[in-house]
Design a protein around this ligand. Structure first.
Ligand code: ADP
Ligand code: MG
Length: 268
């Protein structure tokens, strides 16, 4: 008898590992439920697909390198009336990513730009899109380093692969003089092929200053804004308005945000 006569061996060859690993219990369950052969086949196939989806999502989340977990369920839309929940729900479907469009999330610090960027990134992973998250500072540093080491082409290729590239916090830190040109090359590579989500605390009118080069900024914006949605979030930082339910001794004492929060609340 050849080894492949054992169902486990055949299932291994077919890469049906979820069915293989739980074969006895799945067959018992199908028998208990008195499934027809067709129903049992469907039941087994569904288990295999469910395991693959779980694995794919786990891998995708790891690959994306999100700095923390933020979800749409965890986003308080009532606290943020300048955002239309319907528009965010629509963005969560990922259709814009399928079309290689650009999403700009603009607004002052603390209004939830990074939260929404991560949450939309997670939704995209769950829908099967490859995602990579990077702070603008790390992205620019990576491009500058690759350029200096003669590996720019390789780096651009690597950054062109994910279907959605999230560039967080453009404009917080001044960019190196060469960064505008390098970022332009990245944007051009991805243009109309794959999506970009950029968050910034600076309105696009100030991007000339952000990049330190008005011509490069115009060229970058020309591509970014061509097929884009711009979500401008207004209001105060969520950190300052959120009522604190944690016990006092749970908070870092004397940190600057606490001091700011205290003074703002007293004024309000
Ligand atoms: P930004 O990127 O705009 O500076 P963040 O997304 O980092 O702001 O938000 C600051 C903190 O406040 C984060 O911990 C974030 O999860 C939280 N936050 C901001 N807005 C909301 C909101 N509407 N609902 C829930 N949490 C929020
Ligand atoms: Mg942020």
């Amino acid at each position: 008898m050849i080894e492949t006569d054992r169902p486990e061996a055949l299932l291994t060859r077919l890469h049906l590992t979820a069915i293989r690993d739980q074969l006895d219990s799945l067959l018992d369950e199908a028998a208990r439920a008195q499934m027809t052969l067709r129903e049992a086949l469907l039941f087994l196939a569904e288990r295999e697909v469910a395991r693959r989806d779980t694995r794919r999502i786990q891998m995708g989340m790891k690959f994306a390198r999100f700095p923390c977990v933020r979800t749409l369920e965890g986003f308080d839309f009532e606290a943020q009336p300048s955002i239309e929940p319907g528009q965010v729900r629509d963005l969560a479907t990922g259709r814009w990513i399928g079309h290689g469009q650009v999403l700009l999330l603009l607004g002052p610090p603390g209004v939830g730009k990074t939260h929404l960027a991560i949450a939309l990134g997670r939704e995209a992973v769950e829908r099967g899109y490859s995602v990579l998250f990077s702070s603008a500072a790390a992205l620019m540093a990576g491009l500058t380093k690759a350029h200096a080491e003669g590996r720019l082409e390789e780096k651009l290729l690597q950054l062109s692969k994910p279907k959605l590239l999230i560039v967080d916090e453009l404009g917080y830190l001044p960019l190196e003089p060469a960064a505008a040109h390098l970022f332009f090359q990245l944007v051009s590579r991805r243009y109309e092929r794959s999506s970009l989500l950029v968050t910034s605390n600076r309105p696009v009118g100030e991007w000339g200053q952000v990049f330190g080069d008005a011509v490069a900024a115009t060229a970058i914006l020309d591509r970014l804004l061509h097929h884009s949605q711009v979500l401008t979030i207004r209001g105060d930082s969520y950190r300052l308005r959120r009522p604190r339910s944690r016990p006092r001794n749970d908070q870092p004492t004397g940190s600057i945000p606490d001091v700011v929060r205290g003074s703002v609340l007293r004024v309000a």
